[in-house]
Design a protein around this ligand. Structure first.
Ligand code: PLP
Length: 454
């Protein structure tokens, strides 16, 4: 926790913040009268504070975007300097930080992914990646996974393979879903990761054939599935998807909005698998969300299609200088402070062994899985039957067991990320080792609450 910052209780301001919020802020994904958003007073590093002076270790990195933590001085300074120099410039003019950030992204991106189209976030990155694939192939349909999230604009929510899509249907009519690998709950009844990869690829091939390769512009998938379970693909799977895309003339889009920029100890998660997609979408970690930014990294083959044909898309704030300045500073911090190495080290030396211990301590823990500083603890009623601790898409009273675990974490000063029957461990990549160990200890104790339901 921060040694420098102490937040004195300020109940008057808290009441005002809460009143304005309740009266006038319309919140995402929520029944407005049923939520009670925490008024937040300040943040520093891996910690944020409420107005009562309570500190919370941010084990969710906000929405898994705060890779360099709250108020990183280098990022704040870069934004301030840029604001003093040139606060905004429209996208059809060339700009120094925009160009530098694009170059630095291209330098770390795999293969021939050498150009960047900047967006305001992840959903519009996916929206535009699909648009590129459709323009280049002249085909329209896109395949995406069940158990995925790709954002909340029309095509992105249609691609999404979780209940957030349901109320938004019909959206983009040219989307079909397939099952990806999920070794703990194999849709293919496989018993080993290798078998899971092979059967998932056979399934995908059948979907391609039945949907019609001549109609399919792109396959989009999260390189490591994020909100829907931190599902790390088994060895061979992403290589197999690459091969299917090549064989059937389909554009391969890797959505790295959540896992790109260091979350799993690589610039891009596809680097773990040695796979080069045609397009990579990113957002969040590119500048820790200090100023909204996302984008598409584009292969030479796809970029060159638009050499003499206009790309039919654009955004007023594409490559906004304040956002790009924070992105360039992110690269400098990553390189100077060895962030990728530290994530790999903390993941394998601290998080994985401690989570395995936690799994052994609790009757309610069915599976732990992940990579780097991105892990899921899957909660079950019984480790034998693997029945989820709360039902799929649970809300209200049905979701109570997981809500109780989250409440126990918060009471002990750790802010967790929960989704259905899972608790995710996704702290800022700059978290100190003692903070990380402390947060995992808190989770270990909080899971006693889950054991009562197991
Ligand atoms: N893709 C993935 C994998 C995500 O996790 C998210 C957001 O969580 C998005 C896309 C959408 O990004 P945004 O909320 O910036 O539009």
């Amino acid at each position: 926790m921060s040694d420098t910052l102490t937040i004195e209780p300020d109940l008057e301001t808290e009441a005002r913040v809460r009143a304005d919020d309740r009266a006038h802020v319309f919140h995402s994904w929520s029944a407005q009268a049923l939520i009670d958003p925490l008024p937040v007073a300040a943040g520093e590093g891996s910690t944020f504070w409420d107005y009562q002076g309570n500190a919370y270790l941010d084990f969710s990195s906000q929405l898994v975007n705060l890779n360099l933590g709250h108020q990183h001085p280098d990022l704040v300074r870069a934004i301030q300097d840029q604001a003093g120099r040139l606060a905004t410039i429209q996208p059809s003019m060339a700009n120094d930080v925009r160009g530098e950030l694009a170059r630095r992204i291209a330098e770390v991106a795999p293969g021939d992914l050498n150009k960047v189209f900047f967006t305001n976030g992840g959903a519009d990155a996916n929206e535009n990646a699909v648009r590129m694939a459709r323009a280049v192939t002249g085909k329209r349909k896109v395949l995406s996974m069940y158990r995925s999230y790709h954002g909340n604009t029309t095509t992105a929510i249609s691609l999404t393979g979780d209940p957030r899509r349901w109320a938004n249907e019909p959206g983009d009519g040219s989307v079909a879903h397939f099952f990806g690998p999920y070794p703990y709950r194999s849709p293919f009844h496989s018993t080993t990761p290798e078998e899971e990869a092979q059967r998932a690829l056979e399934h995908l091939e059948q979907v391609i054939v039945l949907e019609g390769a001549s109609t399919i512009a792109a396959i989009i998938l999260e390189s490591i599935v994020g909100t829907n379970g931190v599902l790390v693909p088994p060895p061979g799977y992403l290589q197999g998807v690459r091969e299917l895309c090549d064989r059937f003339g389909i554009v391969f889009i890797a959505d790295e909005v959540m896992v790109g920029f260091g979350r799993v100890g690589e610039w891009f998660a596809v680097d773990r698998f040695g796979v080069t997609p045609d397009l990579i979408t990113f957002a969040k970690g590119v500048n820790s969300g200090y100023v909204p930014l996302g984008g598409v990294v584009i292969s030479d083959r796809i970029a060159s299609h638009f050499d003499t044909v206009a790309f039919p898309g654009g955004l007023t704030y594409s490559g906004h200088p304040l956002a790009c300045a924070a992105g360039v500073a992110t690269f400098e911090v990553f390189e100077r402070d060895g962030i990728l190495e530290r994530v790999r080290d903390l993941g394998t030396r601290v998080v994985e062994p401690r989570l395995r211990e936690i799994a052994a301590n609790h009757a309610s823990v069915g599976d732990v899985r992940g990579a780097g500083l991105f892990w899921a603890i899957e909660l079950v009623k019984s480790t034998e039957t693997r029945e989820p601790l709360v039902p799929f898409n649970a809300a209200g009273a049905d979701a109570a067991p997981v809500a109780a675990v989250a409440a126990a974490c918060k009471k002990a000063g750790v802010w967790p990320f929960t989704h259905f029957n899972r608790l995710h461990v996704a702290p800022p990549l700059v978290i100190a080792e003692d903070e990380l160990r402390h947060g995992l200890d808190v989770i270990d104790r909080a899971l006693e609450v889950a054991d009562e339901y197991a």
